[in-house]
Design a binder for this molecule. Structure first.
Ligand code: NDP
Length: 304
């Protein structure tokens, strides 16, 4: 039977360690601070940011929530970011995406000081990651590595196949796996005979954004499957395709009218040696790693 990798438990352990570090820093008069910028009223973004701010409070970090209206201009956002770059009490700056279409997101992300780029999206941090000296690595990819390591799963010499090459998940997770001495293959929408490649994976990372895309016939029996995908499904047809006969899911779906499925078909997990469930796998690590990055940024900026 496949081993379920409990992301919530791993995230809780990391948060516990972060809280200890925050306590130790307090003795030196340092309190790491995160500034979160949330533009307008995107419901999912409001939930994510509220959870990040709450976690800061629980672990003893400072947080400052800044909420410009969705009419904010790129220039006004730039002024805001530059002010945060200069604030001594701010160690990490988080600009919650997506931004309104008229705001130049890439330009703004590039204007965040690399020292305070706790999302790890800045080209300077992407370059450092590539060069093998990560300063602030993107949170979700860093979380994937924590899951593997803390679960005692081997990485060295393993064939890791990453499906997806986005700047926020696919590419950085591939780099991190490479630095951990895996042999890495990166696949994308133009990859030919994807199944033939994924079937070679000892570690299969799915970061595609398509519900249940990785089917059982694409998996090598015994592989470790890391499912980064988060896809909301709302129709009965989709539900039956993935969760027919799952009474627990059925109850939740009936109550909420939707449920979450990853990029891996639940039937494919049955073949795995170990896998991250959705929800409760990779997801919880993202906030834990954001907290860890904020404390790391506070220390790095002070030369600690
Ligand atoms: P993107 O849409 O930016 O990238 C998706 C990638 O999948 C692309 O590289 C694309 O290839 C590839 N892809 C799409 N279709 C296929 C296909 N048919 N065959 C092979 N590859 C394909 O998504 P993200 O990387 O931002 O996110 C991926 C998933 O992870 C999403 O479900 C997202 O919600 C989730 N996510 C979860 C997080 C968490 O906290 N757990 C955090 C961030 C994301 P190409 O480049 O050729 O277009």
């Amino acid at each position: 039977m496949a081993r379920v990798l409990d992301g919530a438990a791993i995230a809780a352990a990391i948060k516990g360690e972060v809280a200890e570090e925050v306590k130790a820093l307090a003795k030196q008069g340092i309190r790491p601070g995160l500034a979160a910028v949330l533009v307008g009223h995107v419901p999912a973004s409001e939930i994510y940011v509220a959870s990040k701010v709450k976690t800061c409070g629980e672990l003893g970090l400072c947080s400052d929530l800044i909420t410009p209206p969705d009419t904010v201009t790129t220039e006004e956002m730039l002024d805001l970011v530059l002010a945060l770059n200069n604030r001594e009490d701010v160690d990490g700056i988080l600009i919650q995406l997506p931004l309104p279409k008229h705001v130049e997101a890439k330009f703004l992300l590039d204007s965040v000081s690399p020292d305070k780029d706790v999302d790890g999206f800045h080209p300077v941090n992407a370059g450092k990651l590539q060069a093998g000296r990560p300063a602030l690595a993107p949170c979700t990819p860093a979380g994937v590595i924590e899951i593997l390591k803390r679960s005692g799963l081997p990485i060295i010499g393993q064939h890791a196949v990453v499906v997806g090459r986005s700047d926020i998940v696919g590419k950085p997770v591939s780099m991190l796996l490479l630095h951990e001495n895996a042999t890495v293959t990166i696949c994308h929408s133009k990859t030919r005979d994807l199944g033939a490649i994924t079937r070679q994976a000892d570690i299969l990372v799915a970061a595609i954004g398509r519900p249940g895309f990785i089917k059982p016939e694409m998996v090598k029996p015994g592989a470790t499957i890391i499912d980064v995908g988060i896809n909301r499904i709302t129709t009965r047809e989709e539900f039956d395709q993935f969760f027919a006969g799952d009474s627990k899911r059925e109850a939740a779906f009936a109550k909420r009218g939707s449920t979450i499925v990853g990029d891996v078909h639940p039937k494919a997990f049955e073949l795995a040696g170990a896998y991250t469930p959705v929800p409760g796998g990779v997801g919880p690590l993202t906030i834990a790693m954001l907290m860890a990055n904020t404390v790391r940024a506070a220390k790095l900026r002070r030369g600690l």
